[in-house]
Design a protein around this ligand. Structure first.
Ligand SMILES: *Cc1c(COP(=O)(O)O)cnc(C)c1O
Length: 397
């Protein structure tokens, strides 16, 4: 059994703050500053360039990838770290499209995060005019899986509403139609029980600065199913994905398995910070996290609905159909969120009217959820949002 009081104590959370935005940027693991200091002093400082061998920096992306694999139900040896999520998505989609040379359509949904759609648009434009990105409403995805589809590219949890796609059923339908799948786990890695291997996902990508608490700009990960690992061609063919980077050949030959999905020099310092969070993740299992998350999100929905009649639930009521966030619609949602943040409850806002709250059992408990709902009630009942100070939108909402 996970001791969630223990895991909570391993984060450096500011006094007086209830942090319901770990779905956007996870908090600082208390051990991270000293661990980074150590890597800087003892490895970078003392070993200099020999650190690539002596400190194992070169093997770090696959080693850390294995620690993530456990959390997303992936086979060991099939996840590697590096770059950002947008880049990894591009890479996965490019490889998948090349494996279906006779087809031209990428299917996605309007609940996908714009960067994923933008990256797909950019890639399809480079590939040529007859490629098409078909974007349909989330609830219509299954009906649009036809034999025209080359790749089904979905984000499992909708960043606005928290609605969770059925990975198993949609992957099965895609395969039955001869298509491949690219799953974006940005809002599921560390949030729900992802089962990549069991559900036969083809490619998956995700970031580590949200639920996985790797810190701002922490590197992304990519998964390629073992059955594709030695045939998928990396479109971003950088030297560290080469079979023999230090042979300095003039021609590219992809490395073995997931190693070929590496591009350039790994972010050693950022990976060191991420590892301190993965040490905390080692103290729990995704099934316990999922159970705790479902009960906390249910509690938050109940508390807020009882206290704030002007807020409309935007998240599925059935816990099996949502990720680990709760969203409410309110036309003055931006100002209300600013008023809430000013009172120590941090969530965020997504246009046009979504107030979003991440619920993260590693460091959020039932008392936090109740206290947050109480503060929200104060903001709503007393119209505290109706203050000019809360109206001006900052660059990051
Ligand atoms: C957060 C998020 C991103 C962000 O991509 P970066 O390249 O890491 O900035 C992309 N896609 C989805 C689905 C996200 O939730």
């Amino acid at each position: 059994m996970t001791d969630f009081a223990q895991t909570k104590a391993l984060f450096d959370l500011p006094e007086g703050v209830i942090y319901l935005d770990g779905n956007s940027l996870g908090p600082l693991p208390s051990a991270a500053p000293a661990a980074m200091q150590k890597v800087m002093h003892d490895e970078w400082g003392k070993m200099l360039i020999t650190g690539w061998n002596k400190a194992g920096w070169m093997a770090q992306p696959a080693r850390v990838g294995d620690r993530i694999a456990r959390l997303i139900g992936a086979e060991p040896g099939h996840v590697v770290m590096g770059d950002t999520l947008s880049i990894k998505l591009y890479q996965a989609l490019a490889s998948a499209l090349e494996m279906r040379p006779d087809r031209r359509v990428v299917l996605s949904d309007s609940g996908n995060f714009p960067s994923d759609l933008y990256m797909a648009q950019g890639l399809l434009k480079s590939l040529g005019r007859d490629y098409e990105l078909r974007v349909v409403p989330p609830e219509d995805v299954a009906a649009h899986i036809t034999d025209e589809i080359a790749v089904l590219m979905l984000t499992e949890v909708d960043y606005r509403t928290g609605r969770l796609h059925d990975m198993r059923a949609l992957t099965e339908a895609a395969h039955a139609a001869g298509a491949l799948t690219v799953w974006d786990l940005a809002h599921t890695a560390g949030a729900t029980e992802v089962q990549l291997a069991e559900n036969k996902a083809d490619f998956a990508v995700g970031c580590t600065y949200k639920y996985l608490n790797g810190g701002p700009g922490a590197p992304a990960f990519i998964y390629v199913a073992p059955r594709h690992a030695d045939t998928a061609r990396p479109a971003l063919s950088g030297w560290l994905g080469h079979e023999a980077p230090f042979a300095f050949d003039l021609d590219y030959r992809p490395g073995a398995g997931i190693e070929r999905m590496r591009v350039g020099t790994p972010p050693v310092l950022a990976l060191a910070a991420l590892e301190t969070s993965l040490d905390i993740w080692d103290l729990t299992t995704m099934s316990e996290i999922r159970a705790a998350s479902q009960s906390l999100t249910a509690l938050f929905i109940e508390e807020v609905e009882n206290r704030c009649p002007d807020l409309a639930l935007a998240t599925p009521r059935d816990p099996a159909q949502r990720g680990s966030q709760v969203s409410f619609r309110f036309e003055n949602g931006y100002a209300a969120m600013q008023a809430l943040i000013a009172r120590g409850v941090i969530g965020d806002f997504r246009a046009p009217d979504i107030m979003r709250f991440g619920v993260t059992p590693l460091y959020i408990d039932a008392a936090d959820v109740r206290a947050a709902a109480e503060t929200l009630e104060d903001v709503m009942k007393n119209r505290l949002w109706d203050d000019p100070a809360y109206q001006t939108r900052a660059a990051v909402t």
